[in-house]
Design a binder for this molecule. Structure first.
Ligand code: PLP
Length: 287
């Protein structure tokens, strides 16, 4: 396996970084997770735009143009001869000293890891997820925008820990007003009376690339699709609930805080969107 690290492709065993890298010391950096379907990198330009916007927001200069980084990503897939893959792109502030001031870091570090995808088990899609709402919150938009995919995902890890402690598969996050925002690394949708709803991102959710693809797809398929705030109650009484994300694609939620949704089975709108999504991913990529 070849990994792109600081300007060159190196073997996996040799892909090591300094303990003085501020990505490691402070979580100072940004990242993206991207899927490859049949050798095509899905929605690459959207992921690159989000990466560069995350970097811009934290005053981090990616040392490549988008075109250069696109070529590096595509080359990572080619070199590793991957058909179905997951790519992790990391841009860290780079090596500095033990002080946290980014001024001491002279060269941002870029890492691209492309590896064989370990798919979530099929049973999970047939069974659906059990989720629970948690107390932990994502970053407040007035401090660090939830649109920044920073290397400091500690809030999301706290959320995941809470879900683990509660014995559920995934967590449901709320904002300070109690509106539902997203999962630990996925966006949420509900279906009620044949209309599909997802929270507007200004409530405090990441503008997921899968989310946006599903919004477009739902409209193309003729569903009524709305971006509107909703509460936990709306989720409890929804006809269907599902999550979307680069890793999970589209996955049904069948239980929320102990309340069964759709009699505890994945619903037909969810299944329809998942099967249509799997059709479009193959044709929407960069080769
Ligand atoms: N929300 C959060 C907090 C995430 O980290 C992710 C994953 O990137 C998502 C939602 C889903 O976004 P995407 O569909 O772009 O993977």
């Amino acid at each position: 396996q070849w990994i792109f690290l600081s300007g060159e492709f190196v073997k996996k065993e040799d892909a090591v970084v300094s303990v003085y890298d501020h990505g490691f010391l402070y979580g100072d950096g940004v990242f993206e997770g991207i899927r490859v379907y049949s050798g095509n990198v899905f929605k690459l330009s959207e992921h690159l735009n989000r990466l560069y916007e995350s970097a811009q927001s934290i005053m981090l200069k990616v040392p490549y143009t988008k075109e250069e980084l696109e070529r590096i990503i595509v080359e990572s897939v080619r070199r590793n001869q991957l058909e179905s893959a997951y790519i992790r792109v990391v841009v860290s502030r780079g090596v500095g000293n033990l002080g946290l001031d980014p001024k001491c870091c002279s060269q941002p570090r870029v890492i691209v890891i492309a590896e064989e995808l370990s798919m979530f088990p099929k049973e999970l899609y047939q069974r659906g997820l059990r989720v629970g709402s948690v107390a932990s919150r994502r970053n407040r938009p007035d401090v660090l925008s939830p649109q920044v995919k920073s290397l400091n995902y500690l809030n999301n890890i706290l959320v995941k820990l809470e879900a683990n402690q509660a014995g559920v598969d995934e967590a449901l996050m709320l904002n300070d007003q109690g509106y539902v925002t997203e999962g630990s690394a996925d966006n949420i949708f509900i279906v009620k009376n044949d209309t599909i709803y997802t929270p507007p991102v200004y409530l405090g959710a990441l503008e997921g690339i899968t989310r946006n693809a599903i919004i477009d797809l739902a409209k193309e398929l003729g569903y009524e699709m709305k971006e509107a705030p909703f509460t936990r109650h709306d989720v409890y009484v929804a006809d269907e609930v599902f999550l979307t994300g680069t890793a999970v694609e589209v996955i049904a939620v069948v239980e929320v805080d102990g309340r069964k949704v759709h009699e505890g089975k994945p619903g037909k709108v969810t299944n329809h969107l998942l099967s249509e999504f799997r059709k479009i991913v193959v044709t929407h990529g960069v080769q």
